[in-house]
Design a protein around this ligand. Structure first.
Ligand SMILES: [Zn+2]
Length: 346
């Protein structure tokens, strides 16, 4: 791996090439952007590029420093992460950093600290980190990795340079999936569109057979006169019961609701196309290989009803993180969909 292997983040890698060469590195960064977009990978590649003994503005991947950073055993590159089963980064994790930053690098020009999930730091840990950032030690670079900036204290944000990661375009994700896996083109095409610009998300969707799950859900919803409670029960049994933790269950439900959301979004596109005859090329469909089902549903649902279902699903997605009974939430969603579907046919 090197900067050139980082996907679709040229604005960031070019910036770091320049700052490493001109010796203008900041003492603290926040890498932010959605999960699975390459933040952790870039933190590792940046550490290599800074400490590489062969290349000036990139990693060589073969010198002693690059190899040890790759294997997470370089004495001047420290990874700080949430302990297993803990919900937050705690003060003890940050105290170690506070102590270590005061010491000189053991063998390199810099000491680098990479804090994973820095948006999940409790108050005490945040305050402790703030003290270190207020008096930045020389020869130290702290990289905070955060999916969201919202939970990060303003006082921490103001002392770090914020590096924003862009979603990876679907065609790049598609190319990567084709290169690495022997999957068929409709499947890879759907996954790349559904992954919201996250490579990590795309890998998980492929591994979880989500393309097949989506087809199953679309076929079930597409059948007229759906039995809402039976459908809810099947979704719970087939897709949620294997989740071990509540967070896994929530993530699975979020994905299922997004599948349903994309189906109705496609339905809206088909409706508009049918009415205005804008042609097939204007807006791509997520479920291009289910066009028959979409046309069938578009025949009996109005735009107003489809919009109502979309709003309902969006509302339900918001409730996933609340402390609600997940099974009840699923039943409510399918009842609403069935109600809106049947009211249209009256
Ligand atoms: Zn190297």
């Amino acid at each position: 791996m090197a900067f050139s292997d980082i996907l679709a983040q040229d604005h960031i890698t070019n910036h770091f090439r320049k700052t490493i060469t001109s010796n203008h590195l900041s003492h603290a960064y926040i890498f932010t952007g959605q999960d699975g977009i390459g933040k952790t990978l870039l933190a590792k590649e940046l550490s290599k590029a800074i400490l590489c003994s062969e290349k000036e503005d990139d990693s060589c991947n073969s010198c002693n420093n690059c190899v040890r950073i790759e294997n997470s055993n370089h004495p001047d590159v420290h990874w700080i992460e949430i302990e297993e089963k803990a919900k937050f980064l705690k003060i003890d994790n940050i105290r170690d950093l506070q102590h270590s930053v005061k010491l000189s690098p053991l063998e390199s020009s810099y000491k680098i600290f990479i804090i994973k999930e820095a948006d999940r730091m409790n108050e005490e840990a945040s305050n402790c980190l703030l003290k270190t950032l207020e008096e930045p030690p020389t020869s130290t670079i702290i990289i905070l990795i955060a999916n969201s900036l919202t939970p990060v204290k303003e006082t921490i944000k103001s002392r770090c340079q914020i590096i924003r990661f862009h979603p990876i375009p679907a065609h790049i994700i598609e190319d990567q999936l084709i290169k690495r896996f022997d999957a068929d083109t409709s499947k890879v095409g759907w996954i790349s569109r559904f992954s919201s610009g996250s490579m990590g998300n795309a890998f998980e969707l492929l591994e979880d057979n989500f393309y097949e799950k989506n087809s199953d859900i679309v076929n079930r919803i597409g059948v007229s006169g759906i039995d809402n409670l039976l459908l809810a029960e099947e979704v719970i049994d087939n897709y949620l019961s294997s989740s071990e933790t509540l967070e896994e269950k929530r993530q699975a439900l979020r994905r299922i609701l997004n599948c349903i959301l994309q189906f109705y979004r496609d339905l809206l596109v088909v409706k508009i196309r049918n009415v205005y005859g804008t042609g097939k090329k204007t807006t791509p469909l997520f479920n291009a290989d289910h066009e028959d089902t979409l046309q069938q549903c578009a025949g009996y649902l109005t735009q107003k009803q489809i919009t109502a279902i979309i709003n309902d699903i969006l509302e339900s997605i918001k409730y996933i993180d609340y402390n609600l009974n997940i099974n009840l939430l699923v039943e409510n969603i399918f009842t609403r969909i069935a109600m809106l579907n049947s009211s249209e046919r009256e």
